[in-house]
Design a binder for this molecule. Structure first.
Ligand SMILES: [Zn+2]
Ligand SMILES: [Zn+2]
Length: 498
């Protein structure tokens, strides 16, 4: 899925309010700070915090927590104050001079470390010393959504021509009066582009180009906040700006394309499947809609006897209609069976038991036009004999909680595919981490979702915003070719082919 890069861009565009309207964009300014010390954090970051000015911090992960350096507690505090912490290598060495194995470590390790240290996956990456080439960028795409250069174009990025992997930024010139920098910020807002500014150190040595005077720094932050408060500019993190500024890929230079392709062929992939049981309304309103926005497929297990033909039948509107189920199918989803009446299978009289297995095949074939091959037992309740009967009619049987959803790709039992139920005590970061681990461990990870709600989640429900973040993460990892998000049926086909 998501093989077409434009599907992704479209998905992002569709989520933006106001896109398609012909009004001009209010420009964005993003403050970034690189390689800061504990002292900077203590003395200068409060200037941003006090004015409610967000931004993005980039730092290599190796020194985190060492004497004089910031630690994870500071980074978590930073995130609480509306900032983000992005990757900047592990050692801060020049990536262009590393061999492939070392490059992979320097790119991948910070993502894992930052995720572990903060539970927030870093979406962007700044190359140490601004040293990058095509090879660095292609491999960075595996882990990140965006790459910031060290400098370029005075930090100006246009809405219509920004490659998210070549975002320009510029060190604030320490010789310029704050008024002039302020005028740049105002201009970005007025002319409608994205200006990315950079700071390293605050101090009074004008001969050090990376050191900005305290007075200048404080005046610039204050003025930016004032302009923002007057509606003259938007101030955001890089992460948020990426949602507002479309990605316009720059053409890959001739000759470098091959490097990118070869690099990708070596990576191992995890398989991830999204499944829903019961065919309830929120699974359509949020489940399908949000997944569709990201171009992700899944498997919907339906109790065929409980579905309605039309939306205005008098049984209430809790269950989906056949028409809605067909919409799932037409969006690339697999339709599986979840019994006929959603009754527990063990202990049923033979005739009723047969009906629970046979009726879904007939009904789904008749109403959707596809024969179901996957079966999920209602309530996850089954015996060995029941599975044996199911397997005479279906190709795959899914349990509820088996294997915690982590099915080893080299040892799959089609009679007993385990699922991980996503519950409301899990964060999106936890679930995202599960997907990363699936890729590392050669696992087919199968998620089970029940209810999705915009209100406080009850048992068997998760918040729509969390579901959205999980889908976003799945789409990002899929696009980076770390995982493949596929239906149960397609996952089994992929596994069988290996
Ligand atoms: Zn640096
Ligand atoms: Zn169920």
């Amino acid at each position: 899925m998501l093989k077409k890069p434009y599907a992704w861009i479209l998905a992002i565009l569709l989520m933006l309010p106001g896109v398609g309207q012909a009004r001009e964009q209010l420009g964005i300014v993003t403050f970034t700070v690189d390689n800061i010390t504990a002292e900077f954090f203590k003395q200068s970051m409060p200037v941003f915090f006090d004015h409610g000015v967000p931004g993005s911090m980039y730092g290599q992960t190796e020194p985190i927590g060492l004497p004089g350096e910031i630690g994870w507690a500071e980074i978590r505090y930073l995130i609480e104050r509306g900032w983000e912490f992005g990757a900047h290598g592990h050692s801060h060495d020049k990536m262009t001079e590393m061999d492939d194995a070392r490059l992979e470590l320097e790119l991948g390790a910070p993502a894992a470390q930052i995720f572990r240290g903060t539970t927030v996956y870093p979406t962007s990456f700044a190359t140490p010393h601004g040293a990058y080439d095509e090879r660095v960028i292609e491999r960075a795409k595996v882990y990140y959504d965006a790459h910031l250069t060290g400098w370029g174009n005075e930090g100006v990025n246009y809405f219509e021509s920004t490659d998210h992997f070549r975002i320009n930024r510029e060190q604030i010139d320490n010789r310029r009066p704050a008024d002039e920098v302020c005028a740049d910020i105002e201009k970005a807002g007025r002319e409608g582009y994205w200006l990315v500014l950079m700071l390293h150190r605050i101090g009074e040595d004008p001969s050090d180009a990376y050191e900005n005077p305290t007075e200048q720094f404080e005046a610039v932050v204050k003025c930016a906040a004032d302009l923002r408060d007057r509606g003259n500019v938007r101030l955001t993190t890089v992460r948020d700006a990426l949602r507002l500024v479309p990605h316009t890929p720059a053409p890959v230079p001739e000759g470098d394309h091959q490097i990118a392709v070869t690099a990708k062929n070596g990576s191992s992939k995890g398989l991830v499947s999204i499944t829903f049981d019961d065919a309830t309304r929120p699974q359509y309103d949020f489940g399908l809609r949000i997944a569709q926005g990201y171009g992700l497929p899944g498997t919907l297990f339906i109790p065929s006897g409980l579905l309605r033909d039309r939306i205005d039948t008098p049984q209430g509107d809790w269950r989906l209609t056949w028409e809605e189920v067909r919409e799932f199918y037409e969006s690339g989803w697999e339709i599986g069976a979840h019994g006929h009446t959603h009754i527990r299978l063990p202990g049923l009289p033979p005739e009723e038991f047969e009906a629970e297995l046979n009726a879904p095949i007939e009904e789904i074939e008749a109403k959707v036009g596809t024969r179901p091959v996957s079966f999920a037992s209602p309530f996850g309740d089954f015996t060995e004999e029941i599975i044996a009967s199911i397997m005479t009619r279906y190709d795959y049987h899914l349990s509820w909680k088996g294997n915690l959803g982590r099915n080893p790709i080299n040892d799959i039992d089609p009679r007993y595919v385990g699922r991980l139920e996503v519950t409301n005590d899990m964060t999106a970061a936890t679930v995202c981490g599960e997907m990363l681990r699936a890729a590392q461990n050669g696992v087919w990870l199968v998620f089970l979702f029940h209810g999705i709600t915009e209100e406080a989640p009850r048992e068997y429900e998760i918040e729509a915003s969390v579901y959205d973040e999980i889908m976003g993460c799945a789409a990002r990892l899929d696009r980076a070719e770390i995982i493949d998000v596929v239906t149960v049926k397609d996952a089994m086909a992929t596994i069988a082919a290996e």
